[in-house]
Design a protein around this ligand. Structure first.
Ligand code: C5P
Length: 223
């Protein structure tokens, strides 16, 4: 058995913002009894911590230091930073926008690497993000590239925000999603892209249930 085969299996689910990958990844993890890594939350936390400390989102050295020393704990749906619940503050649209600004810096990505790899524990891991299959877990057992067209993603995000009782504007959401797609796929450090060995799953006309089933069926086919 080689070293990679001895490590717990990983299912990498990458894709653009609001593609539904977080929900799908969490449900797949639950179905298999696997651990779950929401890597986007780490980038959101770096951005949030930087804003709190007054560091500029362009100060790569300061952001890299924050990424390396981040005192974070995930507990169910809650996210703790320095023992304080910050879930709502890091899950909002603004934090997502800041996250994609700090995510362009190699020092931030390097600072978060070991932390992400540490989520790989028995019996397995489902990891979602932008570079799970390309950089963090290149030896993932299954790689999925989950996407949907931008208008569908904006509509889903709109319904989600309205459902939470938060204000939302369709045109602004669509504009933000397009700007984030552009920034995430055009950056030089770990850009969002489908790798050749990833399975494309377009959920524009697919329900969450169907997407979860599709990922589970693919996984059963490779184990
Ligand atoms: O997935 P989520 O929307 O929470 O991610 C927020 C931002 O963090 C993304 O727009 C992206 O710029 C960045 N990110 C990243 N690599 C990851 C996960 C997220 O660059 N693996």
């Amino acid at each position: 058995m080689n070293a990679a085969a001895a490590l717990p299996p990983v299912i990498a689910i990458d894709g653009p913002s609001a593609s539904g990958k977080g929900t799908v990844a969490q449900r797949v993890a639950r179905a298999l009894g696997f651990h779950y890594l929401d890597s986007g939350a780490l980038y959101r936390l770096v951005a949030f911590a930087a804003r709190q400390s007054g560091a500029a989102l362009t100060d790569e050295a300061a952001l890299g230091a924050i990424a390396t020393t981040l005192n974070v704990r995930f507990d169910g749906d809650e996210i703790y930073l320095n023992q304080l619940v910050v879930t709502d503050s890091v899950r909002n649209e603004e934090a997502g926008k800041w996250a994609s600004q700090v995510a362009v810096w190699p020092a931030v990505r390097a600072g978060l690497l070991a932390r992400q790899k540490a989520f790989r524990r028995p019996p397995g891991l489902v990891a979602d993000g932008r570079d799970m299959g390309s950089v963090v877990f290149p030896d993932a057992r299954l790689k999925i590239f989950l996407t949907a067209d931008a208008a569908t993603r904006a509509e889903r995000r709109y319904k989600q925000l309205i459902g939470k009782g938060m204000g939302a504007n369709m045109a602004a959401l669509l504009q933000d999603i397009r700007a984030r797609d552009e920034r995430d796929s055009q950056r030089s450090a770990a850009p969002l892209q489908k790798t050749d060995d990833a399975v494309l799953l377009d959920t524009t006309h697919l329900s969450i249930d169907a997407a979860v089933e599709a990922v589970l069926a693919r996984y059963k086919a490779v184990i």
